[in-house]
Design a protein around this ligand. Structure first.
Ligand SMILES: [Zn+2]
Length: 159
């Protein structure tokens, strides 16, 4: 497994967002690290994004195309959080959906722009919609803006 693909995707996604938002990324660099057994998929820490290995490492000899798409999509998602979540953030955790919703949407646009041959925009839109329907069908479904009443905290499904 290698970071070669991630090293291509990261800078291109940052450039895409800088042009899209017309706002330069303010830090002198953006580090990304794969952590064995990292429980979350990834975390958009300011200047140091942490990833589960499967979402940063890719080897064209042994990895699937689905894995390659996941790596590109998760990197694009976490880098989108540098704008939605880090530069601009919601007033309180009850509206975390704003961070996640826009980061997910922007990641779809970035992956489509970086890899137009994948035609992934419609697939991601349909996949995200089906995922929302799936969660919304559960008895444990909650409003988009919500606070867990037992602990007074909000637990997002995605980070
Ligand atoms: Zn996120």
């Amino acid at each position: 497994m290698s970071v070669d693909f991630a090293k291509q995707v990261g800078p291109k996604a940052l450039e895409y967002y800088e042009k899209f938002f017309d706002i330069k990324y303010p830090l002198p660099k953006q580090d990304m690290i794969a952590i064995p057994d990292f429980s979350a998929g990834a975390m958009e820490n300011w200047g140091l994004i942490t990833y589960r290995e499967a979402y940063l490492l890719y080897d064209p000899e042994v990895s699937s195309k689905t894995s390659q798409h996941s790596v590109a999509s998760v990197i694009a998602h976490e880098l989108a959080h540098q704008w939605f979540g880090n530069l601009v953030t919601m007033k309180w955790w009850t509206d975390l959906w704003l961070n996640e919703g826009f980061a997910t949407y922007m990641a779809s646009l970035a992956v489509e722009a970086l890899f137009p041959q994948w035609n992934s925009l419609q697939e991601e839109a349909a996949g995200n919609l089906l995922s929302v329907f799936s969660f919304d069908s559960l008895r444990t479904s909650h409003p988009v803006s919500s606070i867990n009443s037992k602990t007074n905290t909000f637990y997002p499904k995605y980070i």
